[in-house]
Design a protein around this ligand. Structure first.
Ligand code: KIV
Ligand code: ZN
Length: 525
């Protein structure tokens, strides 16, 4: 009978700590619904002391998600633990996750605490959390660089205080798989009380070893793995859930003793949603979910795959729910067929949204006649996960060429009023962005701009992703159109609308800016 490895997904907490990622509570709920569909065992929904938004997100996720355990992170301070509990109060299966660093480097330079003090903080925090919830997870931050004897002492203390899960993080992604597997084995041997709790691991990917370290830990007794969708997270990120799951199933012949509860055919859709809402573009050669992961370029490979897929394919694209690029809908497809297609693709959409989506589909089909599932997915996602359009693009006109200074004229709807402006720029995109700035008055700095085709073909939909800063906050935007300049304008307006939303609307008091400033990793003093 294989041992079940529990999956704790921390996309909404550690993943959200990726530079430039800032998910709203509603976006977190959307991602949590996908995680529930994937059947993750635990969703870590946030770190409430860091912002009012995080606390609100934990509350919303707790109210909307029924099956998985919901965890909230807290340092060992009582105030942190109280806030975690406040977020989780309505949750069916709450877990408080408290942590303190255990390595000498962290004790000396960050916490300014002695080992004795850390032992006391551990016991006090776990006992305090235990009065509020039954399920308490304790993490020894920087465990992998901690003195083994002291680490074991801290773990034993946490278990005796009531911890039900002990997490051993490789916080800075420093470990080598055989070493990390050995660490888990030694902890189990040296701390007999670990027999009665779940041993978890949380590996960062600084050396590209997060997945292999997690696998080594599983082989040495870990029964919970923490991971994120697309591997996002602090610095180089965390163990990518899709890589872990597909390794365990694709190499089920090797990992015969282990299984998870994950329904892997939801992987691709979840990956896309996380990429869209976080603004973190998935690199093309990313294992499992990158756009090239199932593409065969060389003639020899293509020939082999045409003759027999298993020559070069170890996984089936459909096993992660990757859509076929087959052409599906055209000019003559009516609303009924469209509705059926949505259903077939797994979307449950209200009647009013279907009408809106069908309008978008008709606009697109006028321009490009035949539409593939991938293109359908892009417009569906754009409509379903829209931010409020305080500023809405009505029209744009560009005058450009290699001998002229590009000029943009743009019409934007704001509260029902059409505002028109024009501006010149170094290029057509620059001219568009300067014109939008004039209309909205929102001052931003563009950090990144990237464009890619959603599918093959000269008439493919173009997808523009941008990242910009607004008063030190990084905001992402995405826009899709058959016209790349229109996609550029939409991406910029998408980011500007997010900024306006964050400020509390067109006339907001901007108070939301203050609340994310508290450092997430600071000491427990
Ligand atoms: O990387 C880390 O150590 C963490 C802990 C809070 C679990 O994210
Ligand atoms: Zn981490």
């Amino acid at each position: 009978m294989p041992r079940t490895i529990k999956i704790l997904d921390t996309t909404l907490r550690d993943g959200e700590q990726s530079p430039g990622v800032n998910l709203s509570p509603e976006e977190k709920v959307e991602i949590a619904k996908h995680l529930e569909r994937l059947k993750v065992d635990i969703i870590e929904a946030g770190f409430p002391i860091t912002s009012a938004g995080d606390l609100q997100a934990i509350k919303l996720v707790s109210q909307n998600i029924k099956e998985p355990v919901i965890a909230a992170l807290a340092r060992t301070r009582q105030g942190d633990i109280d806030l975690a509990w406040e977020g989780l109060k309505d949750c069916r299966r709450p877990r408080i996750h408290t942590f303190v660093a255990t390595s000498d480097i962290h004790l000396k330079y960050k916490l300014c605490k002695s080992r004795e003090e850390v032992l006391e903080m551990t016991a006090a925090a776990v006992k305090y959390a235990k009065k509020l919830v039954e399920d308490v997870q304790f993490s020894a931050e920087d465990a992998s660089r901690s003195d083994l004897e002291f680490l074991c002492q801290v773990i034993d203390t946490a278990i005796k205080a009531g911890a039900t899960v002990i997490n051993v993080p490789d916080t800075v992604g420093y470990q080598i798989p055989s070493q990390f597997g050995g660490l888990i084995r030694q902890i189990r041997e040296k701390v007999p009380s670990t027999d009665n709790v779940t041993i978890s691991v949380h590996c960062h990917n600084d050396l590209g070893l997060a997945l292999t370290n997690s696998l080594a830990a599983i082989e040495n007794g870990a029964t919970q793995v923490e991971c994120t969708v697309n591997g996002i997270g602090e610095r180089a990120g965390n163990t990518a859930m899709e890589e872990l799951i597909m390794t365990l199933t694709t190499r089920g012949d090797y990992f015969t003793d282990f299984a998870t509860n994950i329904e892997q055919h939801h992987i691709y859709r979840t990956s896309r949603l996380v990429s869209k809402l976080t603004g973190m573009v998935v690199q093309p050669n990313k294992a499992i979910v990158g756009r090239n992961a199932f593409a065969h370029e060389s003639g020899i490979h293509q020939d082999g795959v045409l003759k027999e897929k298993s020559t070069y394919e170890i996984m089936k694209p459909e096993s992660i729910g990757l859509l076929d690029n087959k052409m599906v809908m055209g000019k003559h497809s009516g609303k009924h067929a469209f509705k059926n297609k949505l259903k077939e693709m797994g979307y449950e959409v209200s009647e009013s949204k279907i009408t809106k989506l069908f309008e978008r589909f008709k606009e697109l089909v006028d321009k490009k006649q035949i539409i593939s599932e991938q293109e359908m997915e892009v417009i569906i996602e754009e409509e379903l996960y829209k931010v409020p359009e305080y500023y809405q693009l009505v029209y744009f006109q560009i005058f450009t060429g290699n001998k002229f200074r590009p000029t943009a004229t743009i019409g934007i709807l704001k509260e029902g009023e059409l505002i028109e402006e024009a501006a010149c720029g170094g290029g057509p995109v620059d001219a568009i962005y300067k014109t939008v700035d004039r209309i909205t008055g929102v001052k931003t700095k563009l950090l990144d701009y990237s464009i890619k085709a959603v599918t093959e073909g000269k008439d493919a939909l173009g997808e523009v992703n941008i990242r910009l800063t607004d008063n030190g906050h990084i905001i992402s935007g995405r826009g899709v159109s058959t016209d790349t300049l229109e996609a550029s304008a939409k991406a910029y307006l998408n980011a500007v609308n997010k900024i306006v939303k964050k400020r509390g609307g067109l006339y907001g008091d901007d108070s939301s800016r203050e609340d994310t400033s508290q450092s997430r990793g600071e000491g427990n003093s």
